[in-house]
Design a protein around this ligand. Structure first.
Ligand SMILES: Nc1ncnc2c1ncn2[C@@H]1O[C@H](COP(=O)(O)OP(=O)(O)O)[C@@H](O)[C@H]1O
Ligand SMILES: [Mg+2]
Length: 589
């Protein structure tokens, strides 16, 4: 549930808002054109009431100008045609500017997010990030297309309106200007108060819905605790609160209407009455009183519009601040472009030297302590240890998702920090425990390992991954849609697609992070075969829950609380009376 943030404009926010104008710059010509038409249209609009009043004067035979009533008819027609075409072109021009400009913002924002460090995603919820590129950018878009234009229009209307009135009916205008804005502003303040209560009511309603949703979603828990009564009580309390707030809302709205009718209309009648007196005494023409009334209405509307616009603009400024925060942040990767096809092959030697590490923000909690080990070319090294002992963290350091606090990590004898991060990561392929496939075809999902691979290569990879058989059993074969809206694949099938992906990537070093631990015995066997194909002749780091999968490893590192407590081959370790033996006996019993 995203709550609407309170409208408040900070200096920083305004700076961000103006910064966003850079995205408008490439479409500056269209923007200027739109503004020009906007001002022109608004001025033309302001001619109307005056012309209407003059028409009435002409009808009464006392026009200032030498124009007949039918001349005025023609004038109106011409104004309408121009007004209409100005509006059309203005709307289109502003749409071009805001659509294209904001699309650019969106693209930059997404690229920037993609280039961020892993911690960026760990610290934020997915919903929050999506709302940056959807809701926030939309808010900016409407600010640049509608609100800004509207704002300028109201300003033009206000200035032109007051100027015309001051010229047309100076004394009556003075009375109006002394009373009317005060009333409108009072109404605005009142209106904002009402809106606040309305928002509170919305929040209460949302809260009620959340309670219901939670109860529905976790009804099993509710039932198993026999807490139906508790949920019902929670819900009914919340509903009662909604009623309370709603009634308060209704009362205040009622008062508002009384206010509007008495004060606002009272004010209008007062001014009209003054005007009528002036017409009676011959101080003013009737047609001018007519124009005056319309102008006053328009000016009132402009004042009210400007007041309301503040909230919208403040919202847009807030949105631009949130967008800028990401656009300005320094990603770990500076420039997003496809990896150049040729990368120098690596041998695949890996070494950790006295590596110490703790996660950022949790410095007092050492996760790895003086970890040292060597993996020679083509060797398979297994990491074992209870959950939380630091196995996945070792992998994250290899891929430079984080940097060690001290010690060094070497790839082919070269510091991993000396590689470009993307080049470094291109040497590895990771098969994780939980494979998440992207929405799309199976082919696309495998091709993700090496974009641009040929159909033949993809099929070959699928075959080695033991996946071809089940893929071909689908009516659409490789073109079968998977992911959220597609065919649901089993854990083992997803795992084999991930393996095909890794085979296609043909990495120097392979990392399996509990790749088989969520599989049942049946699929574990086919997956294991696929893994054996993948492992052949390759340096590999294997993290496994099931010790059966690592019996053949060249070296086993046993981790406990971030330290290597034992290492050796299975046959050696099983003879010792250590942690490995305990872990193994738990499994094989
Ligand atoms: N992103 C993170 N931020 C903070 N602490 C973490 C993070 N990831 C893991 N940890 C902590 O680091 C320790 C080791 O975790 P991990 O390497 O995932 O263990 P394993 O893979 O052996 O189960 C655990 O205590 C875990 O709570
Ligand atoms: Mg892990």
């Amino acid at each position: 549930m995203l709550k609407k943030e309170k409208a408040k404009v900070s200096k920083e926010g305004l700076r961000s808002f103006f910064y966003i104008f850079r995205y408008i710059k490439p479409y500056g010509l269209q923007f200027a054109g739109g503004l020009f038409l906007l001002v022109l249209g608004s001025l033309l609009f302001m001619v109307f009431p005056g012309a209407a009043g003059e028409m009435a004067n002409a009808a009464a035979g006392e026009s200032r100008f030498d124009l007949s009533v039918s001349d005025y008819g023609w004038l109106f027609l011409i104004i309408l045609v121009f007004q209409g075409s100005f509006s059309y072109f203005r709307t289109v021009l502003f749409a071009i500017v805001s659509e294209k400009g904001m699309a650019d913002v969106r693209k930059d924002l997404f690229s920037k997010m993609m280039s961020q460090h892993l911690t960026f995603f760990e610290e934020r919820r997915v919903g929050e990030l999506t709302s940056r590129i959807t809701a926030d950018v939309e808010q900016l878009q409407s600010a640049f297309s509608v609100t800004l234009a509207e704002f300028l229009r109201q300003i033009v209307v206000l200035i032109a309106g007051v100027a015309i009135l001051a010229w047309l009916t100076p004394s009556l205008s003075l009375i109006m200007l002394l009373t009317f804005p005060v009333i409108v502003l009072l109404a605005l303040v009142f209106g904002r108060y009402i809106r606040r209560i309305s928002r509170k009511r919305q929040d209460e309603i949302a809260g009620t819905n959340t309670i219901a949703e939670e109860a529905f979603q976790s009804f099993q828990v509710v039932k198993s605790f026999a807490n139906e009564w508790f949920e019902a009580l929670r819900y009914s309390k919340s509903v009662d609160e909604v009623v309370k707030v709603s009634l308060r809302y209704a009362r205040i709205r009622g008062i508002f209407f009384v206010f509007i009718i008495t004060i606002l209309f009272g004010g209008i009648f007062f001014i009209l009455w003054r005007g009528a007196l002036m017409v009676e005494s011959g101080e003013m023409q009737l047609g001018d009183l007519f124009s005056f009334i319309i102008y006053t209405g328009i000016i009132g509307g402009a004042i009210a519009g400007l007041g309301n616009m503040y909230t919208t603009l403040a919202g847009a400024v807030g949105a631009s601040e949130r967008v800028m925060e990401i656009l300005k942040s320094k990603g770990e990767i500076m420039e997003l472009k496809p990896q150049s096809g040729e990368r120098a092959p690596i041998e695949g030697r890996l070494e950790f030297r006295a590596v110490n590490f703790s996660y950022p923000g949790r410095v007092n909690n050492p996760v790895l302590q003086s970890i040292s080990f060597k993996v020679e070319k083509g060797e398979k090294v297994a990491l074992v240890g209870v959950s939380g002992s630091g196995k996945s963290t070792i992998v994250k350091l290899m891929l430079r998702f984080y940097d060690p606090l001290s010690g060094s990590i070497l790839l082919d004898g070269k510091q991993v920090s000396d590689f470009d991060v993307r080049t470094l990561r291109s040497f590895f392929a990771l098969v994780p425990q939980e494979v998440i496939l992207f929405g799309g075809t199976i082919k696309e999902n495998i091709e993700y390992g090496r974009p641009g691979a040929t159909q033949k290569e993809i099929r070959e990879a699928a075959k080695l991954a033991n996946a071809l058989e089940f893929i071909d059993s689908f009516p659409d074969g490789m073109e079968t849609i998977v992911g959220d809206r597609g065919v649901k694949l089993s854990g083992g099938q997803r795992q084999r697609i991930a393996i095909a992906r890794a085979i296609l990537k043909d990495p120097g070093i392979l990392i399996l992070d509990e790749a088989t631990s969520s599989l049942d015995a049946g699929s574990e066997k086919v997956v294991q075969q696929a893994l054996d194909n993948l492992l052949e002749g390759r340096t590999a780091i294997i993290i496994a829950h099931r010790l059966a999968t690592i019996k053949n490893a060249d070296k086993i590192l046993v981790l406990e609380s971030g330290q290597i407590v034992e290492q050796g081959r299975h046959e050696e370790l099983i003879l010792r009376d250590g942690l490995y033996k305990r872990l193994a006996s738990l499994q094989f019993e």
